[in-house]
Structures are given as structure tokens and as C-alpha cells.
Ligand binder design. Structure first.
Ligand SMILES: [Zn+2]
Length: 149
């Protein structure tokens, strides 16, 4: 019988807590420690399994969209109204991600600011800030969409 032993148990990419997965590989779910959504992905090429943070993934996925919108506008490919609409859409996406991150931070009392991992009171403060910041992004995005109809 060929049993592949992983050298290390997978850890949460957000809070670095080891994930007790058991015999079954987790496909999707929240980290039991920091409550952030996680996604288990097996590489189609190497078959290597890794766990990614959905919040990091969403932030990374929004970057090229935001960059593409700015480049398209600078090249004159986008009408100012379309540009404003696209910016409003990006603000909505960032706002939703920040609120998601912030509410999970309030619940778990674990927050990440850049590479720095915070706990308890510090995590609570940054989570409240993330929710307020995310809320203003959502509001600005919603106003932007309403005024560009
Ligand atoms: Zn975690």
C-alpha cells in the first residue's frame, strides 16, 4: 500500500493555526481559529494540495481588475461614465471584502494587517476600522453607481 505522508499538517494561511483535517481533505470552509473562509486546492500539475485564504484570493483577484480599468481609461478606451461605474464596482468589491474580514475578526479576535497578525484588543480595533472603512467603500460605490445610471 502506498500511503503518502505529508511532512507537515496544513496551516491556515490567514492565522497560521494548524488545521485539523483528519483523513479527509477540506475543500472549503471557515478556519476554526480565525473564522476566515478557506479553500483547499490541489494543483492540477503536481497534485500538491494547498489551502488558500478566500479573502486574500479576492483581494488579489480585484487588483488586476482595478489596474485594467485605470489603464483602459488612460488609453481612452473607457468613457468617463464607464470609468466611474467600474471604479464604483471595484469600491463595492473592496468594501464587501473588508466588511467580511472585519466581521470575522470581531468574532475570532484575530486580525491581519499586512504581514502583522493581531489578537484580542488590537484585533478588535483593526476589525472595527476595517468594517467602518469597508462600509464607506460600499457607500461610495453605491453612490457612484446611482449617479452614473
Ligand atoms: Zn485561520
Amino acid at each position: 500500500m502506498r500511503e503518502i505522508h505529508k511532512p507537515s499538517t496544513p496551516a491556515c494561511p490567514y492565522c497560521r493555526a494548524p488545521l485539523a483535517i483528519g483523513s479527509r481533505r477540506v475543500r472549503a470552509g471557515a478556519c476554526p481559529t480565525c473564522k476566515r473562509p478557506l479553500l483547499g486546492l490541489a494543483s492540477p500539475v503536481s497534485g500538491r494540495y494547498r489551502v488558500v485564504s478566500v479573502i486574500h484570493l479576492a483581494r488579489i483577484a480585484t487588483l488586476p481588475i482595478a489596474g485594467g480599468v485605470i489603464v483602459a481609461f488612460a488609453m481612452g478606451l473607457l468613457h468617463p461614465i464607464e470609468f466611474a461605474r467600474a471604479v464604483a464596482g471595484v469600491l463595492l468589491a473592496y468594501g464587501a471584502i473588508d466588511i467580511w474580514d472585519g466581521t470575522a475578526g470581531l468574532e475570532s479576535r484575530i486580525a491581519r494587517v499586512g504581514a502583522h497578525l493581531q489578537r484580542l484588543a488590537a484585533a478588535r480595533r483593526s476589525s472595527v476600522f476595517k468594517i467602518l472603512f469597508g462600509g464607506s467603500s460600499l457607500l461610495l460605490g453605491a453612490i457612484g453607481l446611482l449617479f452614473t445610471r
